[in-house]
Design a protein around this ligand. Structure first.
Ligand code: 5AD
Ligand code: SF4
Length: 444
């Protein structure tokens, strides 16, 4: 019998990838996707624990889903409700206490066992909790990806051993783990055969990649990129997210050697102040980061940088904060994700003295984002008149329009471009909107 599956994804691209894979795992049980939770026979919330706000959203969503579940029961049906992802990993027992109507709680490392959990939940009529870090890696047990579209995420690495003092990832995703190079190459080939053109290699600390190679040696990210470009034939490639400490010379050189690597790099720095970087346990200082940025730009002069910043980390003074602003100017970031520091349970920074008041964090966030918006606008404006290769991977808002991403991840809207659906089109940029660009097809 055909059943409907509704998956809601919070947080990072890794979660987007995991959500797709959960749907793949459940497909043999007869589940097909729906975008209406009220119709669903099974609902999965794939959650994020990185900041308090992200975690809170899960509990309010569960309240809404409870009503759907009750209605479904009244109509004589059932709805299996599962909470997956990092909130599940970190607060599994708490979820079952606060929301006992949840049937399944599963961490990011166990979703290959979902069919078994669904069966167990149906049999037991109670809740199933599976937040282990199993010995058998989940990647070995996942079915072939049922991939659609032209822009693909490919998870190559998971977990993190860096233990930045603010971050829950080393606890929720566990120790650093790299898939074998062969598994990555095979998955890339399958996705390519199904229409993928652009690949984003994913990992919490993707440039720590060191998967076993087919030659019996560990492969670095740079080595993997070489194979993906030269042997698999990928023509558009990105990777995220990187740690400055794990950038090696080969990776920098790859940006010079392979035009297939898009000239846009997300390299989180978190702060521009050495004192705060030290307290964050980032294991690098400002000068080290600046030096890296320069090396990347030397290898690939058209490369633009994006970053992550946290404002209001414990002990951050006005002077420390101004150094973050200064670094933003100096590196010329064209995009950043910036966040108010959010104390996370069990992390070293949670208990640090000198927590920064909320209103100071708010003020700093606004100032940082204002500066950044100016830089983004300037960067976008400089695109007007240039021709960019845009992968038109999505339908636009009205008939005939297509939308895609520039090499710099800017959304680009193009009229009368149906013929270029899911292709890389030469687009002359004509206009800058607040959050996107518009352009026209360049006759070839
Ligand atoms: N508070 C605020 N931001 C955080 N991040 C990670 N942990 C926290 C936290 N406790 C941000 C970092 C990271 C991004 C994914 O989320 O900037 O790079
Ligand atoms: Fe978290 Fe990234 Fe630091 Fe790892 S490197 S602990 S994922 S912020």
């Amino acid at each position: 019998m055909s059943k409907k599956l509704y998956v809601k994804t919070y947080g990072c691209q890794m979660n987007v990838y995991d959500s797709e894979r959960m749907a793949d795992v459940l497909a043999p049980l007869g589940y097909s996707p729906t975008d209406k939770p009220a119709d669903a026979d099974m609902v999965i919330l794939n959650t994020c624990h990185i900041r308090e706000k992200a975690a809170d959203k899960v509990f309010s969503e569960l309240g809404r889903l409870r009503a759907h579940k009750n209605q479904k029961a009244k109509d004589g049906g059932t709805m299996v409700l599962a909470v997956a992802g990092c909130v599940a990993q970190a607060e599994g027992a708490e979820i079952l206490r606060r929301a006992p109507f949840v049937d399944i709680v599963l961490g990011p490392q166990t979703y290959h066992r979902l069919p078994e959990m669904v069966a167990r939940a149906a049999r037991a009529g109670g809740s199933v909790l599976d937040t282990e870090f199993p010995v058998e890696p989940k990647f070995d047990s996942l079915p072939e990806p049922s991939y659609q579209g032209s822009s693909a995420f490919l998870s190559i690495q998971e977990g993190c051993d860096k233990f930045c003092t603010f971050c829950v990832v080393p606890y929720t995703r566990g120790a650093e783990y790299s898939r074998t190079a062969q598994a990555v190459l095979d998955e890339a080939k399958i996705m390519m055969a199904k229409g993928a053109i652009e690949f984003t290699l994913l990992g919490q600390n993707v440039n720590a990649y060191h998967g076993d190679g087919p030659d019996g040696k560990p492969w670095s990210l740079a080595r993997l990129i070489r194979e993906l470009v030269e042997k698999v034939g990928i023509t558009r490639l990105r990777y995220t997210t990187s740690h400055p400490r794990d950038v090696d010379d080969d990776l920098i050189a790859a940006h010079g050697a392979y035009p297939q690597l898009m000239p846009f790099l997300h390299l989180p720095v978190q702060s521009g102040s050495d004192r705060i970087l030290e307290a964050m346990n980032r294991r690098h200082d400002r000068a080290f980061y600046l030096d890296l940025a320069e090396k990347f730009k030397k290898a690939r002069p058209d490369l633009a940088l994006s970053s992550d910043f946290i404002v209001g980390f414990p002990g951050e003074t006005e002077q420390d904060f101004e150094q973050s602003l200064d670094l933003i100017r100096q590196c010329g970031f064209v995009q950043t994700y910036s966040f108010k520091y959010s104390p996370r349970p069990g992390t070293p920074a949670e208990g640090m003295a000198e927590q920064v008041p909320e209103e100071v964090k708010e003020d700093r966030l606004i100032r940082l984002q204002t500066l950044l918006n100016d830089q983004t606008k300037r960067f976008n404006k400089a695109m007007v008149g240039t021709v960019l290769p845009v992968l038109l991977d999505r339908p636009g808002r009205h008939p005939g329009q297509r939308t895609g991403r520039s090499p710099y991840m800017q959304p680009v809207h193009v009229e009368n471009a149906e013929a270029w659906a899911n292709k890389v089109a030469p687009i002359r940029i004509t206009k800058v909107h607040p959050n996107s660009l518009a352009g026209t097809l360049e006759p070839s």
